[in-house]
Design a protein around this ligand. Structure first.
Ligand code: GTP
Ligand code: MG
Length: 337
Protein backbone atom coordinates (compact mmCIF):
# COMPACT_ATOMS: atom_id res chain seq x y z
CA UNK A 1 0.00 0.00 0.00
CA UNK A 2 1.42 3.42 -0.89
CA UNK A 3 1.71 6.14 1.72
CA UNK A 4 -1.08 8.18 0.07
CA UNK A 5 -3.39 5.14 0.09
CA UNK A 6 -2.57 4.54 3.73
CA UNK A 7 -3.47 8.14 4.56
CA UNK A 8 -6.75 7.82 2.65
CA UNK A 9 -7.70 4.61 4.39
CA UNK A 10 -7.22 6.02 7.81
CA UNK A 11 -8.77 9.41 7.34
CA UNK A 12 -12.38 8.42 7.58
CA UNK A 13 -14.95 7.50 10.11
CA UNK A 14 -15.43 4.00 11.38
CA UNK A 15 -18.28 2.40 13.22
CA UNK A 16 -17.01 0.28 16.08
CA UNK A 17 -19.74 -2.12 17.12
CA UNK A 18 -18.78 -4.93 19.40
CA UNK A 19 -20.56 -8.16 20.18
CA UNK A 20 -23.23 -8.52 22.86
CA UNK A 21 -22.62 -10.74 25.87
CA UNK A 22 -24.24 -14.13 25.72
CA UNK A 23 -27.22 -15.08 27.82
CA UNK A 24 -26.69 -17.53 30.62
CA UNK A 25 -27.40 -21.13 29.71
CA UNK A 26 -28.36 -24.10 31.74
CA UNK A 27 -24.92 -25.56 31.23
CA UNK A 28 -23.12 -22.22 31.61
CA UNK A 29 -24.54 -20.02 34.33
CA UNK A 30 -22.28 -17.04 33.63
CA UNK A 31 -22.76 -16.00 29.99
CA UNK A 32 -19.74 -15.33 27.79
CA UNK A 33 -18.54 -11.70 27.58
CA UNK A 34 -19.01 -10.12 24.14
CA UNK A 35 -15.89 -10.62 22.04
CA UNK A 36 -13.48 -7.79 21.37
CA UNK A 37 -13.08 -6.50 17.87
CA UNK A 38 -9.50 -5.55 17.13
CA UNK A 39 -8.83 -2.79 14.61
CA UNK A 40 -5.22 -2.58 13.55
CA UNK A 41 -3.98 0.91 12.78
CA UNK A 42 -0.60 2.29 11.76
CA UNK A 43 1.60 3.97 14.32
CA UNK A 44 0.77 7.66 14.79
CA UNK A 45 -2.97 7.10 14.42
CA UNK A 46 -5.37 8.92 16.71
CA UNK A 47 -8.86 7.71 17.50
CA UNK A 48 -11.47 10.35 18.33
CA UNK A 49 -15.05 9.78 19.49
CA UNK A 50 -17.12 11.54 16.84
CA UNK A 51 -20.04 12.08 19.23
CA UNK A 52 -18.21 14.17 21.82
CA UNK A 53 -14.82 14.84 20.12
CA UNK A 54 -12.97 13.14 22.97
CA UNK A 55 -9.59 11.65 22.10
CA UNK A 56 -9.90 7.94 22.91
CA UNK A 57 -6.45 6.73 21.94
CA UNK A 58 -3.17 8.06 20.67
CA UNK A 59 -1.43 5.05 19.16
CA UNK A 60 2.22 5.93 19.62
CA UNK A 61 3.53 2.63 20.97
CA UNK A 62 3.83 -0.44 18.74
CA UNK A 63 1.54 -3.39 19.57
CA UNK A 64 -0.32 -1.57 22.35
CA UNK A 65 -4.09 -2.03 22.52
CA UNK A 66 -6.66 0.55 23.60
CA UNK A 67 -10.26 -0.18 24.54
CA UNK A 68 -12.55 1.96 22.45
CA UNK A 69 -15.86 0.14 22.91
CA UNK A 70 -16.59 -2.49 25.49
CA UNK A 71 -18.12 -5.84 24.59
CA UNK A 72 -21.43 -6.67 26.27
CA UNK A 73 -21.33 -8.27 29.68
CA UNK A 74 -22.38 -11.91 29.72
CA UNK A 75 -25.47 -13.01 31.61
CA UNK A 76 -24.99 -13.08 35.38
CA UNK A 77 -27.00 -12.56 38.55
CA UNK A 78 -26.69 -8.76 38.30
CA UNK A 79 -28.35 -8.57 34.91
CA UNK A 80 -30.86 -11.33 35.44
CA UNK A 81 -28.70 -13.78 33.42
CA UNK A 82 -29.44 -11.85 30.24
CA UNK A 83 -26.42 -10.92 28.13
CA UNK A 84 -25.92 -7.13 27.70
CA UNK A 85 -25.44 -5.27 24.45
CA UNK A 86 -21.95 -4.22 23.45
CA UNK A 87 -21.11 -0.53 23.05
CA UNK A 88 -21.41 1.18 19.70
CA UNK A 89 -19.14 4.14 19.04
CA UNK A 90 -18.59 6.28 15.98
CA UNK A 91 -14.93 7.12 15.81
CA UNK A 92 -12.72 8.94 13.37
CA UNK A 93 -9.20 7.75 12.80
CA UNK A 94 -6.55 10.32 12.01
CA UNK A 95 -3.12 9.42 10.85
CA UNK A 96 -0.51 12.01 11.72
CA UNK A 97 2.81 12.09 9.96
CA UNK A 98 5.98 11.95 12.01
CA UNK A 99 8.50 13.63 9.79
CA UNK A 100 11.78 14.97 11.15
CA UNK A 101 11.15 18.15 9.19
CA UNK A 102 7.87 19.82 8.22
CA UNK A 103 7.82 22.39 5.40
CA UNK A 104 5.46 25.19 6.33
CA UNK A 105 4.55 28.25 4.28
CA UNK A 106 1.97 30.24 2.40
CA UNK A 107 0.83 28.80 -0.96
CA UNK A 108 3.31 29.34 -3.81
CA UNK A 109 6.22 30.05 -1.44
CA UNK A 110 8.20 27.20 -3.01
CA UNK A 111 7.83 24.37 -0.48
CA UNK A 112 7.49 21.66 -3.11
CA UNK A 113 10.33 23.19 -5.13
CA UNK A 114 12.48 23.00 -2.00
CA UNK A 115 11.49 19.36 -1.53
CA UNK A 116 12.61 18.76 -5.11
CA UNK A 117 15.91 20.55 -4.37
CA UNK A 118 16.40 18.22 -1.40
CA UNK A 119 15.48 15.10 -3.36
CA UNK A 120 15.91 15.83 -7.11
CA UNK A 121 14.96 12.29 -8.14
CA UNK A 122 11.49 12.58 -6.54
CA UNK A 123 8.61 13.47 -8.88
CA UNK A 124 6.99 16.52 -7.23
CA UNK A 125 4.10 18.61 -8.53
CA UNK A 126 5.16 22.27 -8.76
CA UNK A 127 3.06 25.02 -10.33
CA UNK A 128 2.57 28.74 -10.33
CA UNK A 129 -0.81 28.70 -8.60
CA UNK A 130 -1.79 28.41 -4.93
CA UNK A 131 -2.69 25.05 -3.39
CA UNK A 132 -0.79 22.99 -5.95
CA UNK A 133 0.01 20.53 -3.20
CA UNK A 134 -3.23 19.11 -1.88
CA UNK A 135 -1.88 16.13 0.08
CA UNK A 136 1.18 15.84 2.29
CA UNK A 137 4.16 14.25 0.57
CA UNK A 138 6.93 12.61 2.50
CA UNK A 139 10.44 11.82 1.38
CA UNK A 140 13.95 11.36 2.70
CA UNK A 141 16.83 13.81 2.43
CA UNK A 142 19.96 11.71 2.13
CA UNK A 143 23.31 12.83 3.47
CA UNK A 144 26.79 11.73 2.54
CA UNK A 145 27.60 8.69 4.62
CA UNK A 146 28.48 9.86 8.12
CA UNK A 147 31.66 8.75 9.88
CA UNK A 148 30.88 7.03 13.15
CA UNK A 149 33.29 5.67 15.70
CA UNK A 150 32.90 1.97 16.18
CA UNK A 151 34.03 0.44 19.42
CA UNK A 152 35.16 -3.12 19.29
CA UNK A 153 35.83 -4.75 22.62
CA UNK A 154 36.53 -8.27 21.51
CA UNK A 155 39.24 -9.94 23.59
CA UNK A 156 38.91 -7.06 26.05
CA UNK A 157 41.06 -4.95 23.82
CA UNK A 158 39.97 -1.43 23.18
CA UNK A 159 39.90 -1.02 19.45
CA UNK A 160 38.39 2.15 18.02
CA UNK A 161 37.83 2.32 14.29
CA UNK A 162 35.70 4.50 12.06
CA UNK A 163 33.03 3.26 9.67
CA UNK A 164 30.58 4.96 7.33
CA UNK A 165 26.86 4.88 8.07
CA UNK A 166 24.02 6.22 5.91
CA UNK A 167 22.07 9.13 7.40
CA UNK A 168 18.80 10.64 6.24
CA UNK A 169 16.03 12.89 7.54
CA UNK A 170 12.36 12.60 6.58
CA UNK A 171 10.74 15.75 5.20
CA UNK A 172 7.02 16.40 4.76
CA UNK A 173 5.86 18.91 2.18
CA UNK A 174 2.47 20.17 3.28
CA UNK A 175 -0.23 22.12 1.45
CA UNK A 176 0.04 25.90 1.82
CA UNK A 177 -1.37 27.61 4.89
CA UNK A 178 -3.30 30.85 4.71
CA UNK A 179 -4.61 33.29 7.29
CA UNK A 180 -7.32 31.57 9.29
CA UNK A 181 -5.86 28.05 8.77
CA UNK A 182 -6.21 27.38 12.50
CA UNK A 183 -9.94 28.18 12.09
CA UNK A 184 -9.96 25.65 9.27
CA UNK A 185 -9.67 28.06 6.32
CA UNK A 186 -7.91 26.74 3.25
CA UNK A 187 -6.62 23.27 4.02
CA UNK A 188 -6.71 24.19 7.71
CA UNK A 189 -6.59 21.66 10.52
CA UNK A 190 -6.19 18.70 8.27
CA UNK A 191 -2.59 19.69 7.63
CA UNK A 192 -1.65 21.64 10.72
CA UNK A 193 -2.01 18.35 12.62
CA UNK A 194 0.97 16.87 10.75
CA UNK A 195 3.16 19.54 12.29
CA UNK A 196 2.46 18.29 15.79
CA UNK A 197 4.98 15.49 15.35
CA UNK A 198 7.48 17.31 13.12
CA UNK A 199 10.66 17.87 15.06
CA UNK A 200 11.94 20.82 13.07
CA UNK A 201 9.89 23.39 11.19
CA UNK A 202 11.24 24.86 7.98
CA UNK A 203 9.27 28.00 7.23
CA UNK A 204 9.48 28.74 3.52
CA UNK A 205 8.99 32.44 2.75
CA UNK A 206 8.72 34.05 -0.67
CA UNK A 207 10.91 37.16 -0.29
CA UNK A 208 8.41 39.01 -2.52
CA UNK A 209 5.49 38.28 -0.21
CA UNK A 210 2.10 36.72 -0.94
CA UNK A 211 -1.19 37.52 -2.61
CA UNK A 212 -3.75 34.78 -3.24
CA UNK A 213 -4.48 36.19 -6.71
CA UNK A 214 -3.56 39.41 -8.56
CA UNK A 215 -6.75 41.15 -7.48
CA UNK A 216 -6.61 44.49 -5.66
CA UNK A 217 -9.44 43.36 -3.37
CA UNK A 218 -7.25 40.59 -1.98
CA UNK A 219 -4.70 41.68 0.63
CA UNK A 220 -1.00 41.67 -0.26
CA UNK A 221 1.27 40.45 2.55
CA UNK A 222 4.95 41.29 2.65
CA UNK A 223 7.49 38.55 3.41
CA UNK A 224 7.82 39.48 7.10
CA UNK A 225 4.02 39.69 7.40
CA UNK A 226 3.68 36.17 5.98
CA UNK A 227 6.15 34.93 8.61
CA UNK A 228 4.25 36.70 11.41
CA UNK A 229 0.91 35.39 10.12
CA UNK A 230 2.21 31.81 9.89
CA UNK A 231 3.55 32.20 13.43
CA UNK A 232 0.07 33.38 14.50
CA UNK A 233 -1.65 30.41 12.86
CA UNK A 234 0.69 27.91 14.53
CA UNK A 235 0.16 29.69 17.84
CA UNK A 236 -3.63 29.58 17.47
CA UNK A 237 -3.58 25.88 16.54
CA UNK A 238 -1.24 24.66 19.28
CA UNK A 239 1.21 26.69 21.36
CA UNK A 240 3.46 23.64 21.64
CA UNK A 241 4.37 24.04 17.97
CA UNK A 242 6.24 27.21 18.84
CA UNK A 243 8.69 25.38 21.07
CA UNK A 244 10.03 23.45 18.07
CA UNK A 245 13.21 24.70 16.46
CA UNK A 246 12.36 26.68 13.33
CA UNK A 247 14.53 27.53 10.34
CA UNK A 248 13.42 30.26 7.95
CA UNK A 249 14.21 29.69 4.25
CA UNK A 250 14.00 32.99 2.36
CA UNK A 251 13.20 31.74 -1.12
CA UNK A 252 13.31 33.07 -4.69
CA UNK A 253 16.52 35.06 -4.29
CA UNK A 254 17.34 34.32 -7.96
CA UNK A 255 14.65 36.79 -9.00
CA UNK A 256 15.50 40.43 -9.69
CA UNK A 257 16.04 42.21 -6.36
CA UNK A 258 15.59 38.95 -4.44
CA UNK A 259 19.04 38.91 -2.81
CA UNK A 260 18.61 42.48 -1.51
CA UNK A 261 15.16 41.67 -0.11
CA UNK A 262 16.59 38.59 1.62
CA UNK A 263 19.41 40.64 3.18
CA UNK A 264 16.92 43.22 4.51
CA UNK A 265 14.79 40.46 5.97
CA UNK A 266 17.75 38.74 7.58
CA UNK A 267 18.60 42.02 9.26
CA UNK A 268 15.03 42.41 10.61
CA UNK A 269 14.87 38.79 11.77
CA UNK A 270 18.21 38.98 13.57
CA UNK A 271 16.51 40.91 16.36
CA UNK A 272 14.52 39.05 19.00
CA UNK A 273 11.75 41.61 18.60
CA UNK A 274 11.27 40.96 14.89
CA UNK A 275 7.52 40.78 15.38
CA UNK A 276 7.45 44.53 16.11
CA UNK A 277 8.07 45.10 12.38
CA UNK A 278 4.49 44.08 11.58
CA UNK A 279 1.25 45.79 12.56
CA UNK A 280 -0.31 44.78 15.85
CA UNK A 281 -3.15 42.69 14.42
CA UNK A 282 -0.64 40.43 12.64
CA UNK A 283 1.70 40.15 15.60
CA UNK A 284 1.91 36.76 17.35
CA UNK A 285 2.06 36.67 21.13
CA UNK A 286 4.82 34.06 21.21
CA UNK A 287 7.45 34.39 18.48
CA UNK A 288 8.84 31.27 16.83
CA UNK A 289 12.26 30.04 17.96
CA UNK A 290 14.25 31.04 14.89
CA UNK A 291 17.37 28.90 14.92
CA UNK A 292 18.60 30.11 11.57
CA UNK A 293 17.62 32.23 8.56
CA UNK A 294 18.93 31.05 5.18
CA UNK A 295 18.63 32.65 1.74
CA UNK A 296 17.87 30.12 -0.99
CA UNK A 297 16.78 29.65 -4.55
CA UNK A 298 14.89 26.37 -4.44
CA UNK A 299 14.28 26.55 -8.19
CA UNK A 300 18.00 26.67 -8.95
CA UNK A 301 18.65 24.08 -6.24
CA UNK A 302 20.87 26.61 -4.45
CA UNK A 303 20.02 25.98 -0.84
CA UNK A 304 23.28 27.07 0.82
CA UNK A 305 24.00 25.21 4.03
CA UNK A 306 20.34 24.45 4.79
CA UNK A 307 20.89 20.67 4.77
CA UNK A 308 23.77 20.95 7.21
CA UNK A 309 21.83 23.29 9.52
CA UNK A 310 18.98 20.77 9.67
CA UNK A 311 21.33 17.89 10.43
CA UNK A 312 23.03 19.94 13.17
CA UNK A 313 19.68 20.75 14.80
CA UNK A 314 18.64 17.10 14.55
CA UNK A 315 21.88 15.98 16.19
CA UNK A 316 21.50 18.60 18.90
CA UNK A 317 18.05 17.15 19.66
CA UNK A 318 19.29 13.56 19.52
CA UNK A 319 22.68 13.48 21.20
CA UNK A 320 24.38 10.13 20.77
CA UNK A 321 24.21 8.29 24.04
CA UNK A 322 27.11 5.95 24.70
CA UNK A 323 25.91 2.96 26.59
CA UNK A 324 29.31 2.20 27.98
CA UNK A 325 32.20 4.31 29.10
CA UNK A 326 35.37 3.72 27.15
CA UNK A 327 37.13 2.72 30.36
CA UNK A 328 37.29 -0.74 31.87
CA UNK A 329 36.58 -1.07 35.54
CA UNK A 330 38.94 -2.95 37.85
CA UNK A 331 37.14 -6.27 37.25
CA UNK A 332 38.18 -6.08 33.63
CA UNK A 333 34.58 -5.38 32.50
CA UNK A 334 33.28 -2.24 30.94
CA UNK A 335 31.17 -0.15 33.28
CA UNK A 336 27.75 1.30 32.49
CA UNK A 337 27.51 5.07 32.34
N1 GTP B 1 12.16 32.18 -9.43
C1 GTP B 1 11.87 31.24 -8.53
N2 GTP B 1 10.68 30.65 -8.57
C2 GTP B 1 10.43 29.69 -7.64
C3 GTP B 1 11.38 29.31 -6.66
N3 GTP B 1 10.84 28.35 -5.90
C4 GTP B 1 9.61 28.13 -6.38
N4 GTP B 1 9.36 28.92 -7.45
C5 GTP B 1 8.14 28.98 -8.27
O1 GTP B 1 7.05 29.31 -7.43
C6 GTP B 1 5.87 28.61 -7.85
C7 GTP B 1 5.29 27.84 -6.69
O2 GTP B 1 6.20 26.82 -6.31
P1 GTP B 1 5.74 25.53 -5.46
O3 GTP B 1 6.96 24.79 -5.08
O4 GTP B 1 4.66 24.78 -6.18
O5 GTP B 1 5.11 26.28 -4.21
P2 GTP B 1 4.41 25.63 -2.93
O6 GTP B 1 4.83 26.42 -1.73
O7 GTP B 1 4.67 24.17 -2.87
O8 GTP B 1 2.89 25.94 -3.24
P3 GTP B 1 1.55 25.17 -2.71
O9 GTP B 1 1.74 23.71 -2.97
O10 GTP B 1 0.47 25.76 -3.53
O11 GTP B 1 1.42 25.50 -1.27
C8 GTP B 1 6.31 27.73 -9.03
O12 GTP B 1 6.02 28.39 -10.22
C9 GTP B 1 7.81 27.60 -8.83
O13 GTP B 1 8.51 27.37 -10.05
C10 GTP B 1 12.66 29.96 -6.66
O14 GTP B 1 13.56 29.70 -5.88
N5 GTP B 1 12.83 30.93 -7.63
MG1 MG C 1 3.43 22.59 -3.00
Amino acid sequence: MTFAELLKTFQHQKLVKVEPGQHSKRVLLIGKHGENKIIEVPLGCECVNEGNSILLARCNTPNRRYLVASGGRGGCAENGYVGERGETVHVSLHLKLRPNIGLVGFPNAGKSTLLKAFVPEKPVKIANYPFTTTKPQLCYVKYEDTKVIEENFENMEKNLSTKLEPFSLSVADLPGLIEGASQNRGCGHAFLKHMEYSEILVIVIDVFGFQLAPDHRLPYRSAIETLALLNKELEAYDLALLSKPAVVALNKIDMHGGKEKAEELKELLSSENWTTHVSEEMRPRVPLKLKSVVSISAKKQEIGNLKKILKDIYEENHPIKHLYTSEFDNTGHKSLV
